[in-house]
Design a protein around this ligand. Structure first.
Ligand SMILES: [Zn+2]
Length: 241
């Protein structure tokens, strides 16, 4: 049976395949008889042992693609190398993860395109094991380059409504999130601003905590009310008037 699955590495060999209405399980292994030590780069043909990894890949329609990957361990025979045994590396999946790189890329794009609960609903027909917490972890684990921007927007959001809040910081020039802080306290804002002395303008809500933290760290930063809160307050004022 042919399946529309594109192998991420040429030297992968399909040993056998299991299919069901919900999933396709591919049993794969590398065909080459050597590996390179990740510490010293020496090629090894001295096999130690093997074990199996269970991975998720991009879905094929509504069928989940799971990979049962044989992963081998090798001896490094280079005398000066501190690593005596190593696990072979794959170009398409990182060690200690359960999702292929291309699946991670897709999930990350979805995570940064919408709210995490909405993302969970979008992905559920294809990968029911992915929760909104998975998307949150992906966002937190994404390395974001230090901003060169001078203008940011900051607002609080709920990790758990009524219990725990964080702060989202967005680059107002590039229109993208650049940091998620685990709290909304003045101290954490001050610390972040001290690490980013290039900031000149901040759009924020009416939070006294934010205002005082910004003023305390750098009184020269121009603070403006963000559009959403400005309109909300204007509407409230007109409503009362
Ligand atoms: Zn080595």
């Amino acid at each position: 049976m042919l399946i529309p699955w594109h192998a991420p590495e040429k030297q992968l060999s399909l040993q056998f395949m299991q299919t069901s209405k919900a999933a396709i399980i591919l049993h794969l292994q590398l065909v080459r008889s050597y590996a390179f030590c990740p510490s010293c780069g020496t090629q090894s043909t001295h096999l130690h042992s093997h074990y199996y990894r269970f991975l998720f890949d991009l879905s094929s329609g509504t069928q989940h693609i799971k990979i049962h990957l044989k992963s081998r361990k090798w001896f490094c025979d280079e005398s000066f190398c501190p690593r005596k045994i190593f696990t072979e590396r794959f170009s398409w999946v990182k060690p200690y993860t359960r999702r292929t790189d291309r699946l991670q890329v897709l999930l990350r794009r979805i995570a940064f395109s919408m709210g995490c609960r909405q993302a969970e609903q979008v992905i559920r027909p294809f990968l029911p094991s992915i929760s909104h917490d998975t998307f949150l972890r992906l966002i937190r684990a994404t390395r974001i380059e230090l901003p060169t921007t001078t203008a940011i927007g900051l607002d609080d959001f709920a990790f758990c409504k009524g219990h725990r809040y964080g702060t989202l910081i967005c680059d107002l020039i590039a229109h993208r999130p650049i940091a998620i802080l685990p709290e909304r306290t003045g101290e954490i804002i001050e610390n972040w601003l001290k690490q980013h002395p290039n900031i000149q303008l901040i759009s924020r809500d009416g939070s006294k905590t934010y205002r005082e933290a910004i003023t305390k760290t750098n009184p020269k930063i121009q603070q403006i009310s963000d559009r959403w809160h400005l309109l909300k307050n204007a509407k409230k004022h007109w409503g009362n008037g």
